[in-house]
Design a protein around this ligand. Structure first.
Ligand SMILES: [Zn+2]
Length: 457
């Protein structure tokens, strides 16, 4: 495994204090770091499994009586059917079923343990409450960038003081977060907020990247697109060149992939993750998506009638997160399995993935709006059941909001006004918003929250 990392004498490190002195706008969750220290042996064993599985097929995981007993302590799996001894005999679980379940997922987690809770972003349906165990959170925070780099074929990983910078336009993160390295082999990870419509914010981030030279630059496709537009096809850095650019959160189209690779001068890989289960996989040097079985237990592809298929819906079983084990969970994306991959890595590997795409609004004069701005809407406005934002002109929008039925009239008016004000505040330029209450049909599967009737998107 050592061959994947830079030898100790070639590693350059910066202390957490040094980074925070240089970048006082960043925050660091020291408590979270302390809580993660006991997870180190677990992280090492997961990483060892990951590396072993790069070249070698491992014994398939099986749903056994012991697993069944453990999982059935959670109310959602208390059903007699989960006593079945074969995984394929168990029902599949949808996001809608999870969302409607009356009991929280952290129900029977050990009372002394740390539980991290979150909500899904609500970009694909109303938000879902999430719960992560300490260990699960740790492997997600500390191992994901390493796995992506190794899967992409990089060696000598971890020479620099900063392993990875994830750029986000989600303002709820604050200015940024420093996740100190836990494994000696690699440097820190940073999550940095950038507003591409604000020159000061953009310059701040460009300077930070030039200064800290992270090995990996990571972001979402819509943010990459906005950054490329802002940089106007010119390299914004004098000397910085990432070893790898990572795109995650939505589908990356070929044109954008080429543009990012050209501008940054490095390979670009797509990473595949869902909030409910974390990292599902990422691309090898041949551009094929390899699913990750170092943490997750089993992947299946099922057709519409629930039979195994080559093309169908991806279904994951992942029991590692003791707060929220997922048994035959329908991911909601359509995939096609490949027989094998030229890189020689064992499966499961995908020949095609048809996942989420993100609408980007062009508001004229170069101003752009990425709907990830509104990721916190459901959390901030719990009266909202669903909403739809449609662009009807360069700087004109129609906002339709479905509020909870039980809300009294006075509160309805207030909620509607508050949501309209929140949406307006997120716009990079002044826009006109026509706002009204409306019941929205989300059951057909054709519902899209963000739409444009302008035809410039
Ligand atoms: Zn491959």
């Amino acid at each position: 495994m050592d061959s994947y990392f830079a030898p100790a004498e070639l590693r350059h490190r910066l202390s957490v204090e040094d980074v925070l002195v240089r970048y006082p706008e960043l925050t660091c969750d020291h408590e979270q770091y302390e809580d993660s220290l006991p997870d180190l042996p677990y992280l090492r064993s997961v990483l060892a499994t990951f590396v072993r599985r790069l070249t070698t097929e491992t014994t398939p995981w099986r749903w056994t009586r012991a697993v069944a007993e453990q999982v059935r302590r959670h109310p959602i799996y208390a059903d007699e059917r989960y006593a079945a001894t074969e995984l394929t005999g168990l029902p599949t679980l949808t996001k809608t079923a999870l969302r409607r379940h009356p009991e929280p997922f952290d129900h029977l987690a050990e009372p002394t343990a740390v539980i991290y809770t979150d909500k899904t972003s609500g970009t694909s349906g109303a938000p879902l409450d999430l719960a992560y165990s300490q260990q699960f959170m740790s492997q997600s925070l500390y191992l994901e960038p390493i796995k992506i780099m190794i899967r992409a074929g990089l060696t000598g990983v971890g020479a620099g003081p900063v392993l990875s910078v994830f750029l986000t336009d989600n303002p709820s993160r604050g200015s940024g977060l420093l996740v100190p390295n836990l494994l000696d082999e690699v440097g820190h990870t940073l999550i940095v907020q950038v507003d591409p419509n604000d020159a000061t914010s953009l310059n701040r981030v460009t300077d930070l990247l030039e200064d800290l030279q992270p090995e990996v630059l990571s972001s979402k496709p819509n943010l990459y697109r906005m950054l490329l537009d802002r940089w106007g096809g010119q390299r914004p850095f004098a000397s910085y060149r990432p070893r790898l650019a990572v795109s995650g959160g939505a589908m990356l189209d070929d044109a954008l992939r080429r543009a990012v690779a050209d501008l940054l001068g490095c390979p670009v890989v797509s990473s595949y993750a869902i909030s409910e289960a974390g990292y599902l996989g990422s691309e090898c040097p041949y551009g094929r998506m390899h699913l990750d079985l170092s943490v997750h237990d089993r992947f299946e592809v099922l057709d519409e009638s629930g039979r195994p298929a080559t093309t169908g819906e991806l279904v994951v079983t992942a029991c590692a997160n003791s707060c929220m084990p997922l048994v035959r969970y329908r991911v909601g994306d359509t995939v096609t399995l490949a027989d094998d991959c030229p890189c020689g890595g064992p499966g499961p590997v995908l020949a095609a993935l048809r996942g989420r795409t993100t609408q980007l609004f062009h508001l004229g004069g170069g101003a752009q709006l990425s709907p990830t701005r509104y990721m916190k809407l459901f959390e901030l406005h719990p009266a909202v059941l669903e909403y739809q934002l449609t662009q009807t002109g360069d700087r004109r929008f129609r906002l339709r909001v479905e509020l909870r039925a039980e809300l009294p009239p006075q509160q309805r008016r207030e909620s509607l006004a508050a949501v309209a004000a929140y949406v307006e505040a997120g716009m990079p330029v002044p826009v006109e918003i026509d706002c009204a209450e409306q019941a929205l049909d989300t059951t057909s599967g054709k519902f899209t929250r963000f739409r444009s009737e302008v035809g410039n998107a």
